[in-house]
Ligand binder design. Structure first.
Ligand SMILES: Cc1ncc(COP(=O)(O)O)c(C=O)c1O
Length: 424
């Protein structure tokens, strides 16, 4: 049926040899011959002749095995991988709806919240950022952004595109904000919203938010926090900190593939949504509409991808089995070991104070004379290890090294340190 439709449309790639497509080992038409060829040619020149493409159509893809010691995507929890093979279900299947409820319970635990409005949205971290801002901001809304890194800048760009009035408190990248700095700024600006990044992945700095939220709440501003990197590997503590709107991702501390991003909204923020006078310009990313799918009577909004939900369910189950606090502690200890080892090798941490560091993402200047790009290349080529470069103003200057999920162990930190030693 599908095939006939495509042939009727006369797509040249398939028309010339539909049999090849039909025998495609992926068993469906989502893996078109052209795509297979391009993937199969990783590291070689891209095929540009039709025969080259069709010759690879019968191949299974075989991504190289890598150890992902970057800021994300991180290694996927093995239980999550297995779960992604399970059959797809309909979007109102009672079994699937039950799983969604369980996922929401697990997410409340990792977020540290009782917010009933806690659910994953079909997007990456930037999509969740955009959903959180677009659902609440209106043209002319005033938002104060604490900015000391790339992702605070990304929020700034988004808010400006939404025609919000943005005021920024800037500090050098890698630093965090104190209550003595945050309070006078918020009192002076009196914004409708206050936003900050809890774990600034571009710098490796962690800011719980406790220095910012009391002043925001004192003027009744809603607090929006980027928890993309913190969730699942270190405390997020929404209720304790006083965060109203939090967004995250799946591919870092939760050890899932990317594609589903948890959000959580406090009752007082939700109340404002219900009483909104004007709908947001976004439809797909309107959190109030998305929530209607998760809550009974489960109104259709978008078609969810069950394998991603299965993965998230199993990743959360693995966290529950380990115990959230044990998992945090494992990441904290791995970070201590990693930093001590890196310093011994001559690396210098970007974030000066240990208490301001993200546990599972370490940012360092390389030892004098070491080219970060060449080091990354040697690690990848000789050890199949991926670490990341700097972003924005830190590009080419620092390295960003993650020890997340399955890699946050003594053994795996030592494996990385040994590979680094051999590659310097
Ligand atoms: C703090 C922070 N916010 C937002 C994002 C954007 O997430 P994504 O790349 O999934 O869109 C990232 C990604 O690294 C991040 O680290």
């Amino acid at each position: 049926m599908w095939l006939r439709y495509i042939l009727a449309k006369g797509l040249p790639l398939l028309e010339s040899n539909p049999e090849e497509t039909w025998r495609n080992p992926a068993g469906n038409l989502s893996a078109l011959p052209g795509e297979m060829a391009i993937l199969g040619a990783a590291g070689r020149s891209r095929p540009d002749k039709l025969e080259d493409m069709l010759a690879t159509a019968a191949k299974r893809i075989a991504p190289p095995k890598r150890l992902l010691y970057g800021p994300g995507p991180a290694m996927v929890e093995p239980r999550a991988y297995e779960a992604m093979n399970l059959p797809v279900l309909g979007i109102f299947d009672p079994y699937f709806l039950e799983l969604l409820d369980e996922i929401r319970v697990g997410l409340r635990t990792v977020f540290g919240t009782r917010n009933s409005a806690t659910f994953p949205i079909p997007a990456g971290g930037s999509g969740a950022m955009e959903a959180s801002l677009a659902t609440f901001l209106r043209p002319g809304s005033k938002i104060a952004i604490f900015a000391a890194g790339h992702f605070a800048d990304r929020m700034t760009v988004m808010a400006r595109r939404m025609a919000a009035e943005v005021v920024r408190f800037e500090k050098p990248w890698g630093q965090v904000f104190t209550a003595d700095e945050a309070a006078p700024f918020i009192e002076r600006e009196r914004p409708d919203f206050v936003a900050f990044v809890q774990a600034e992945t571009s710098t490796g700095a962690y800011q719980s938010g406790k220095a910012i939220t009391p002043a925001a709440r004192a003027i009744d501003a809603l607090v929006i926090a980027d928890c993309v990197t913190s969730l699942g590997a270190m405390p997020v503590s929404l209720d304790e900190v006083g965060i109203d709107v939090a967004f995250s991702c799946s591919q870092k501390g939760l050890s899932c593939p990317a594609g589903l991003s948890p959000v959580s909204v406090s009752p007082r923020a939700w109340e404002r949504l219900r009483n909104r006078e004007r709908d947001p310009a976004t439809w797909y990313l309107d959190l109030e509409l998305i929530a209607k799918y998760f809550d009974a009577p489960h109104v259709y909004h978008h078609t969810p991808s069950p394998p991603l939900y299965y993965a998230m369910h199993q990743a959360l189950a693995a966290i529950e089995d380990e115990g959230l606090r044990n998992r945090w502690e494992r990441h904290r200890l791995a970070s201590e070991r990693l930093i001590a080892g890196l310093v011994k090798l001559g690396f210098e941490p970007l974030v000066a104070r240990p208490e301001d560091r993200i546990w599972h993402l370490t940012t360092v200047f390389p030892p004098p004379g070491v080219d970060p790009a060449a080091l990354r290349q040697r690690l990848l080529q000789d050890h199949a290890i991926e670490i990341a470069s700097g972003l924005g103003q830190l590009a080419g200057k620092i390295l960003r090294i993650g020890a997340m999920g399955p890699l946050a162990t003594t053994e795996n930190v030592d494996l990385l340190l040994n590979a680094l030693t051999a590659s310097l």
